[in-house]
Design a protein around this ligand. Structure first.
Ligand code: THU
Length: 160
């Protein structure tokens, strides 16, 4: 038996103002996208913004459904749109903000496992890391230089 250790690195910023200017701008677009979330069942709204290598920004938000599992998270709404509309573009950076309409979220909220898997697919497809910034409504912001840090032991095409 051999033990293996898996390490991930995240950077924690004290607040939005500490981020590089281009990341602040992308996060602001995630906040705007979050305003249009359709989340009548959970009252938890999420906004995501993706910067493409063309300079274009794609945004998405969570879309819920009376048949709960039919809904989709903000991150996948955005990334599948980017994949569908701009299949050749590379995604440089992603900003995510999430929070309940009932309470104020002050800590970084990471993307769910299914979204990490979806983002991983595009990171592998484009063979270049996607920077990910995520936060709640206010407070600290977490940054990962690559999705790979958020999903060790990814399931990918190499096993198919
Ligand atoms: N949600 C997202 O949009 N992204 C995530 O990474 C986690 C969860 C949405 C799905 C659902 O509409 C609501 O948040 C509560 O789970």
């Amino acid at each position: 038996m051999k033990e293996i250790k898996i390490e991930s690195t995240l950077y924690i910023y004290q607040n939005l103002d500490e981020l590089p200017k281009e990341a602040i701008e992308l996060m602001q677009q995630a906040f705007e996208a979050r305003e249009n979330a359709y989340a009548p069942y959970s009252s938890f709204s999420v906004g995501a913004a993706l910067l493409l290598d063309s300079g274009e920004v794609i945004t998405g938000n969570n879309q819920e459904n009376a048949s709960y599992p039919s809904g989709l998270c903000a991150e996948r709404t955005a990334i599948y749109y980017a994949g569908a509309q701009y299949p050749k573009a590379k995604i440089i950076r992603m900003a995510i903000t999430a929070g309940s309409k009932k309470t104020q979220t002050t800590k970084p909220i990471p993307p769910c496992g299914a979204c990490r898997q979806a983002i991983a697919e595009y990171e592998i497809k484009q063979n270049a890391p996607i920077e990910i910034y995520f936060m709640g409504e206010t407070g600290k912001v977490a940054k990962s230089n690559s999705l790979a840090n958020l999903l060790p032991l990814v399931f990918d095409k190499s096993v198919l």
